[in-house]
Design a protein around this ligand. Sequence first.
Ligand code: ATP
Length: 574
Amino acid sequence: MSEAMRESEQPACPRAQENNSKKKKKKRKTRQQKQSQHQQQQQVGVEEGARSSVDPPQPDRTGTGTETGTDPLLRGIFQIGKKSHDVVLTASRITWTPIEPDHPTGQSSVKKPQEDSVELKDVFAVKVKRRRSVGQTSGGTLLGITLFTCRPKGAKLKDHAVHLNNLSADHCEIWFKQLKEILNGFQSRPKSLKVFINPCSHKKEANQIYEDQVAPLFKLADIKTDVTITERKGHALSILKDCRLDEYDGVVCVGGDGSVAEVAHGLLLRAQMDAGRDTDSIFMPVQAALPLGVIPAGSTDAVACSVHGIRHPVTAALHIIMGHRQAVDVCSVSSMGRLLRFCFSVMFGFGSRTLAAAEKLTWIPNTQRREVAFITTLTNLKPEECELSFIPSSGGVVDQSDSESESELSDVGEGGPWQRRRGLFLNISIMSIPCLCSIAPRGLAPFTRLNNSSMALVAVGNASRSEFIKHLKRYSSTNNQFSFSFVETQCVYAVRLRPRSHSGWTDETSEENEESDSKNTPIISSEGTHPWNIDGELLEVPGELLIRVHSRILTLFGADVEEAEERPIKCSCI
Ligand SMILES: Nc1ncnc2c1ncn2[C@@H]1O[C@H](COP(=O)(O)OP(=O)(O)OP(=O)(O)O)[C@@H](O)[C@H]1O
């Protein structure tokens, strides 16, 4: 623009001239402030870049994420939101404070700038941020760096991005490297995972859940994955028996309780094989070598709810990425001295009959089978005659202060620590974890914990159908589902359950005899078998079962929770 033209643009009116000179002053001041910020930015970038090379960070190598240093490792200026911020990185935290422009009078602002920060133990990824056009997969204009954090919101975990914008490549590289080094120091976070996806779980959406909600987070966290989409029941188990486990830091199961139970059993069986344990005997199992992550994609998802408090794939994925771990108790189920399964829950009576009925309803869609089976089993409700023996754990009898009357089942057994009940039972459940789910938000066994070294025993004696329905309804209400005279609850170490066969009670056999017979006795035979519900899977077994608890032999990715987040109840049968 020529001088002449500039001049011609000068306003003629004196008031306008005054306004114009004020505007000019303001513009000059803003330009000066910008320049000073830029100089500060350059200085800090150079200074701190030099410092990072002589003062390497001390990330938390213990994996606990505890603070190991509060000295600044880096300091620089980034734009966060619309404002420039002074950003400070220590080994445990990144803090940013807005840079306020100087007051026109030279006085400092009365209001203190609002500081914000993120703990690095809550950061799971750092990425260089670039602007790319549609279809462009590499290169692009550098915009800064982005931190991905994990934030709790109630029982849920959510991922959140913090954008630190700065157009200097050198500046961003120093920060990126430093942050990456700190994040790599979190030892409990997995870097390589074996993933099993059951494509048939619930409404066949497990694969979609994994692709849409889980895989992008694993990719962001730079976790390598080896994915198997299972082709049949038992596929995951057969892989876990043979594969090289040392290549992985954890195993992930995307599916429902049946799939989780199969993978948990596979991990524990493999640990016993590797440790040379003879599973054809009563033995003390060793711990599984790898932790298990559970991505809920089934119909009940009691294991996922018990360890996450919620059926939320993103929460489950973030627990895995962050390396949150929780050791849990597991049951072993053996028959005639031979191990059948490691599991979290066993049901006999109504719970197993319902499952057996559902398996026969093959013409009904999968999603409705259980409800129809539930109603038919309730219509034909009948008790099972059996002998129930158990060893109470130190927790003993659960407080039933509000029970309607004394338990009718309080007949103490003969000799030793075993207590015995013989009689008619509508249902018997044994659970090593609380089994939270949408139909029982407080859990099927609210009086046990994930790792209290004992199992919950719930024995429902004979009662009328209406009384039994009342008991079932209470699982979804706030009333105590156990405060009935026909319901007994115990905290136990071991349970022996012997259903009465058509020919009456079998002779008692000692454990040693059972073991010596076991190698020649077929476990599953169609004659004289009884249906058992083991983690939602049907098992037909003759004779008695021995169920024992094994303290903390499996580690799950997740955290202990008090109760599941209340959701609308899906089953409307009762
Ligand atoms: N490709 C497959 N085809 C058929 N069954 C499979 C396949 N892969 C795994 N399975 C088996 O399917 C069974 C049930 O699956 P899963 O438990 O995941 O779903 P669900 O029954 O809908 O959920 P929940 O147990 O929570 O109610 C498991 O025992 C698993 O071993």
